[in-house]
Every structure is written in structure tokens, then in C-alpha cells.
Design a protein around this ligand. Structure first.
Ligand code: GDP
Ligand code: MG
Length: 174
């Protein structure tokens, strides 16, 4: 018997950090300079043949046009089991917003036993010259992330690794 799991994963972060690009890269193996900002919430499905006994359907929930509010409605968060929190290494303001996104996540979403859902931090656009930022690993550890990766949706760097890390933590909570 194969186990089939459905995981709802949120992708949050400020406008323009590359959330849609990361999802398109991961799900469709493409990259474009121009994704129109879709309005509302959009999600993409990726089937992972995790191991011989387990198939995982990963629902990646994008947000679009709502980033400027800095938080999302509870409907968006409902039944999510993990999150990718994305910032853009070329824009310090998007890094400063990371904790706001993490706090919003933790205040609206907890697992049954009251623990926060696992969140992985993505320092995206790592193919570009980064601005001055604190060390990612101490920042990630101190702020309750389960993992942190320098990613590039453009060059397809570390996105699969980041998702894999998140899924491993989600599975540990099952
Ligand atoms: P979103 O608003 O967070 O969904 O961001 P988008 O995915 O729409 O990306 C915003 C812009 O950044 C687009 O022009 C993308 O092509 C670009 N972009 C996204 N990811 C990367 C990346 O890893 N490297 C570079 N150089 N550009 C990126
Ligand atoms: Mg987008």
C-alpha cells in the first residue's frame, strides 16, 4: 500500500521577492522576468514520489497583490502544515519584513499540539549582488526557522533542497 499525503504549504514574503518565480521554477521548471501579479490566492500542485511507500501532493499557496498588507487572512492559513518565507537579498527592507511574516504565521497557525508550523527561510536572488545582511544561520536559528537556504529561482539554486528540508520537518510532525 502506498501512503498518499496532501500538504498545504504557504509561500510568503514581500512583493517582488520571487515567490511566484520560486513556485514556477519548482513546479514547472521555468523562469521568466515577467510574472503578472495575479490577484488573490493561487496555488500550484507538485507530486513528489518521496519514497517507495509515500507519495506527497504538495500544494504551494502563492499570494499575489496582498503582500502590501503584510499579513493574510485566516482562510489562507487554514490547514497549512508548513511555510516558505522568502526575502530578496538585494533589498534589505524585504529581509526586515521576514520577522513580520514569521510572526503573522505563528499567530494565525499552530499545529494540534500548539507548536508553530515548520518554516524555512529563503534568501532569494542569490545570483545577484547581496546587500549587507546578518548571518543567515544565526538569524534563522534564533528566529525559529527549521532551515535556511540561499536560493535563486533564476538559476535553479537550492529550491529543491529548501522544499525537501521543509517536507522532512512536516513529515516529522505527522
Ligand atoms: P513575487 O512578487 O514575490 O511573486 O515575485 P516574482 O516571482 O513576481 O518576481 C519578481 C521579479 O524578480 C521578477 O522580475 C522575477 O523575474 C525576478 N526574480 C525572481 N526570482 C529571481 C532570482 O532568483 N534571481 C533574479 N535575478 N531575479 C529573480
Ligand atoms: Mg507573485
Amino acid at each position: 500500500m502506498q501512503l498518499e499525503l496532501l500538504f498545504k504549504v504557504l509561500v510568503v514574503g514581500d512583493l517582488g521577492v520571487g515567490k511566484t518565480s520560486i513556485i514556477k521554477r519548482f513546479v514547472h521548471q521555468v523562469f521568466s522576468q515577467h510574472y503578472r501579479a495575479t490577484i488573490g490566492v493561487d496555488f500550484a500542485l507538485k507530486v513528489l514520489h518521496w519514497d517507495k511507500d509515500t507519495v506527497i501532493r504538495l500544494q504551494l499557496w502563492d499570494i499575489a497583490g496582498q503582500e502590501r498588507y503584510g499579513n493574510m487572512t485566516r482562510v489562507y492559513y487554514r490547514e497549512a502544515v508548513g511555510a516558505l518565507v522568502v526575502f530578496d537579498v538585494t533589498r534589505a527592507s524585504t529581509f526586515e519584513a521576514v520577522l513580520k511574516w514569521k510572526d503573522d504565521l505563528d499567530s494565525k497557525l499552530t499545529l494540534n499540539h500548539g507548536r508553530p508550523v515548520p518554516a524555512v527561510l529563503l534568501a532569494n536572488k542569490s545570483d545577484q549582488i547581496a546587500c549587507q545582511l546578518p548571518k543567515l544561520d544565526s538569524f534563522g536559528r534564533e528566529n525559529g526557522f527549521v532551515g535556511w537556504f540561499e536560493t535563486s529561482a533564476k538559476e535553479n539554486t537550492n529550491i529543491e533542497e529548501a522544499v525537501r528540508c521543509l517536507v522532512e520537518h512536516i513529515l516529522n510532525n505527522e
